[in-house]
Design a protein. Structure first.
Length: 284
């Protein structure tokens, strides 16, 4: 059970009220977040999470207190997981929001930090046995701008896609950018395989800069796999041999059905065994 959370240097009950109605994170979605997987007391890809978080803070012109080093955040997360008894496997969310204020002013020079932990289900630690069923959400399109790649608290396109997903009883939905091309999914980046080549949309297409995506783009070519960043359309996925989704919590999820087409997962199984199950670094 998630009994406690961390807020600006304090450990508080998980249901403690933290912000007022004047908080800019509440008013404007002015902030960002990281979702981090903790297994066996360590955090896979923690350094990549910190790189993305620091980049996001820079883009949003937000600052943390000087004491909030990666080492301090790492130690705080592990300590909170122990207090909440969420080890050996936990889902941790680090939320960073600007303080109270109007659109043109803020009450404090430093952002607020909230850290939460909860147990991670066993299904997040293995490759899914039942393939995902996915489709495309077309009502809202993502822009391809400075903010598009951030893990931002302003998450409305994904919220709407998730509602559509739930209505149709899908496992996930793909989002389109302002050019009508596929950029990512509600909680994942998208990859597809065709003729033993692996493809994913470039970040210039507006998708979130996923840490698992970055990890795979670094590791797959080193192992001899042909990997390409390529514009993605519905036709691209309809022509694919296999499709998979990636994020930091589950690594890889294979897609069984997109629209009316059914996909296999033989190539994906190999990728999961080599690059997720047995080879992700777990140290800071």
């Amino acid at each position: 059970m998630n009994l406690y959370l961390y807020y600006n240097g304090e450990i508080l009950p998980a249901d403690a009220p933290l912000i007022t109605a004047g908080n800019r994170g509440l008013r404007y979605g002015d902030g960002l977040f990281e979702t981090i997987k903790v297994t066996d007391g360590a955090m896979p890809l923690f350094q990549l999470h910190m790189e993305r978080m620091l980049h996001g803070l820079s883009v949003l012109q937000m600052e943390l207190p000087p004491s909030y080093t990666p080492d301090y955040i790492h130690e705080t997360i592990i300590s909170l997981c122990r207090r909440n008894n969420t080890l050996p496997a936990a889902r941790v969310r680090v939320t960073i929001i600007r303080g109270n204020g109007t659109l043109y002013s803020s009450s404090t020079p430093y952002a607020s930090v909230i850290i939460q932990s909860e147990p991670l289900g066993a299904d997040y630690l293995t490759l899914n046995t039942t393939g995902f069923t996915i489709d495309v959400y077309t009502e809202v399109q993502k822009s391809c701008d400075l903010l598009a790649n951030l893990k931002s608290n302003n998450y409305l396109p994904y919220v709407m896609a998730a509602l559509y997903c739930r209505k149709l009883q899908l496992n996930d939905c793909l989002l389109l950018n302002s050019h009508g091309r596929i950029c990512d999914a509600t909680i994942a980046n998208v990859f597809w395989i065709h003729n033993n080549h692996i493809f994913t949309p470039p970040l210039s297409e507006g998708g979130v800069a996923g840490v698992m995506r970055k990890h795979l783009l670094h590791e797959l070519p080193k192992a001899g796999f042909a990997v390409h960043e390529k514009l993605c359309t519905v036709a691209s996925l309809q022509a694919a041999d296999e499709i998979f989704l990636t994020n930091a919590l589950y690594g890889i999820r294979w897609v069984h059905q997109f629209g009316t087409k059914i996909y296999s997962n033989q190539f994906i199984k190999e990728l999961y065994e080599r690059f997720i199950k047995n080879s992700i670094p777990s140290q800071l």
